[in-house]
Design a protein around this ligand. Structure first.
Ligand code: FPP
Length: 237
């Protein structure tokens, strides 16, 4: 059973740093190494779509210093990594409400999205200022606008038509959702897109997550039975 789409909630940077008596931002910096590892590991495994939760709508409530250091880290990472990612066949894409970010950062995110590899092996979505509930509401707004302009009535609205308005509508649904850091929560990540995802809650803290850890999840996924609401007998028939 192949995996088209892996989504990851990268949690545990702060605790990883605290264990070393270092500031939380030290953990975020260390987390960039794990980001590289999962990109590499996913491309090797033939995964066509990878989505990383880098900054949630709720993360603005963190101390100002931590938020601004995270923003710096995003800018630096985009500058440093985009050419190399493109060379490896990775297409970058940012999802979320980008309008809240500085002009410089918004420009860099759009620029990174516009730079296309010669041949795309994998699409890397970075979710920033993203929330699953925000996504569903922005889709409802966009669907309502289209309904008005096309003269549609509420009974014309169905699941397939509506979901075209959500983020990642042109991409396969999430097969594997991983959360590191030991918490058992989805935290408002890809709510609609993960409807049938197999979920893996890993105790390992994000800066310790590497290609071997990803491989371990991929192997365990192969042993899960995905039933999509059917019985085991139906799936195996
Ligand atoms: C959660 O750990 C992590 C974040 C809020 C930030 C994730 C960001 C990175 C890994 C940096 C680089 C990303 C890119 C795409 C360049 P936490 O701080 O909530 O950890 P805690 O639960 O231990 O406090």
């Amino acid at each position: 059973m192949g995996i088209n789409h892996i989504a990851i909630i990268m949690d545990g940077n702060g605790r990883w740093a605290q264990q070393r008596n270092r500031p939380r931002t030290f953990g975020h910096q260390a987390g960039v190494k794990s980001v590289r590892q999962v990109i590499e590991g996913s491309v090797k495994a033939g995964v066509s779509h990878l989505t990383l939760f880098a900054f949630s709508s709720e993360n603005w409530n963190r101390p100002e210093e931590e938020v601004s250091r995270l923003m710096d880290l995003f800018v630096k990472s985009i500058d440093k990594e985009t050419p190399e990612l493109n060379a490896k066949g990775v297409q970058l894409n940012f999802i979320g409400d980008l309008s809240q970010f500085s002009d410089v950062l918004q420009h860099k995110m759009r620029q990174a999205r516009a730079n296309r590899p010669v041949q795309t092996r994998m699409t890397l979505n970075i979710a920033v200022n993203y929330g699953g509930q925000w996504d569903i509401v922005q889709a409802a707004r966009s669907a309502a606008v289209q309904m008005l302009s096309d003269g549609l009535s509420p009974s014309d609205l169905d699941q397939k038509w509506y979901q075209q308005h959500l983020c990642l509508s042109d991409q396969p649904p999430v097969d594997v959702l991983i959360r590191t850091g030991g918490e058992h929560r989805i935290s408002n990540f890809l709510l609609w897109q993960s409807a049938y995802a197999e979920i893996f809650f890993e105790d390992i803290l994000w800066p310790d997550f590497d290609q071997a850890a990803l491989q371990s999840v991929i192997e365990r996924f192969a042993h899960r039975e995905r039933r999509f609401g059917q019985t085991s007998e139906q799936v195996n028939a």
